[in-house]
Design a protein around this ligand. Structure first.
Ligand code: NAP
Length: 245
């Protein structure tokens, strides 16, 4: 069975590890190519966009792909949309493998917003000390509110950070512990944390730290999920693969 896994997430990498060595599968893991220093997975892989829906359809046909698992990040909405259209047109089975979103708990001070521009507006007109943990690509949106001080944490140096007049950049890769997160928020006198509702354990500690310190959280909720059955664990993904073998 020739299987395409759309990746760039810990979920996709975990699935790749689980199915590596299975003689009945010919999987390929696809990366967008956004990160430098890609760690080669234990299954065949490819890097780079397909060239829109038509490029993806060509790829699915040429590679004779039997099924697709969309294990991209919950905020990678365009790739998920393209996969839904291409697989729908070619009648290729498609499933969505994603981690569940975080849910607010007692003591949380969340302001839920639908997108990045709404997150910027939610910070308000008064100068605040803001902790941005949204990745690098959409940082530029916060240039519209230059009166805040931003503490920006990303894995790789983001170009757009220069557009924030008052900022401190921290380069670090999770997972982070609650003590580290609370220490950083205290030292930086953070008043509000901005995050996407990515879900998952690796970056959850910042939410616990915010709860502990009474820090407000601007939570950017997920775009609409992609098509196909929703799988929320490696076991469920393997069961779905076996069903379509
Ligand atoms: P996106 O906006 O949904 O996709 C933009 C374009 O990037 C797609 O149209 C596609 O190009 C290409 N692409 C995306 N994922 C791909 C994949 N797995 N394999 C091949 N091409 C892919 O995606 P994004 O938000 O920029 O995210 C890019 C990658 O980073 C994804 O793989 C995602 O899983 C990962 N990631 C994203 C986030 C996030 O917050 N968005 C966080 C962590 C990891 P073509 O149209 O040319 O095919």
């Amino acid at each position: 069975m020739r299987l395409l896994i759309l990746g760039g997430t810990t979920e996709a990498s975990a699935l790749a590890r689980r199915i590596s060595g299975r003689a009945d599968l010919e999987p390929v893991l696809s990366f967008a190519g956004r990160t430098r220093g890609l760690v080669a997975p234990p299954i065949p892989y490819r890097v780079g966009g397909f060239g829109g829906v038509s490029g993806l359809k060509t790829y699915l046909r040429e590679q004779r792909i039997h099924a697709v698992i969309d294990a991209t990040h919950p905020f990678a909405a365009q790739m998920s949309r393209h996969a839904a259209v291409a697989c729908g047109d070619l009648a290729v089975p498609l499933a969505r493998f994603t981690r569940p979103p975080w849910a607010a708990r007692k003591g949380d001070r969340w302001v839920s917003v639908p997108d990045m521009d709404a997150a910027v507006r939610a910070l308000g007109d008064r100068t605040r000390r803001v902790f941005l943990t949204i990745g690098g690509l959409q940082l530029g949106a916060f240039a519209a509110a230059p009166w805040h001080h931003y503490v920006v944490r990303t894995i790789e140096p983001p170009d757009a950070v220069a557009r924030l007049p008052s900022h401190r950049l921290i380069l670090a890769r999770g997972p982070f512990g609650i003590d580290v997160e609370a220490g950083l928020m205290r030292d930086e006198r953070i008043e509000v944390l901005v995050t996407k509702n990515s879900g998952g354990a690796a970056t959850e500690a910042k939410l616990a730290a915010a709860r502990m310190l009474g820090v407000e959280v601007v939570m950017i909720e997920r775009p609409a999920a992609g098509d196909g059955p929703a799988l929320d664990s490696v076991d469920a993904a393997v069961a779905w693969i076996d069903l379509h073998r």
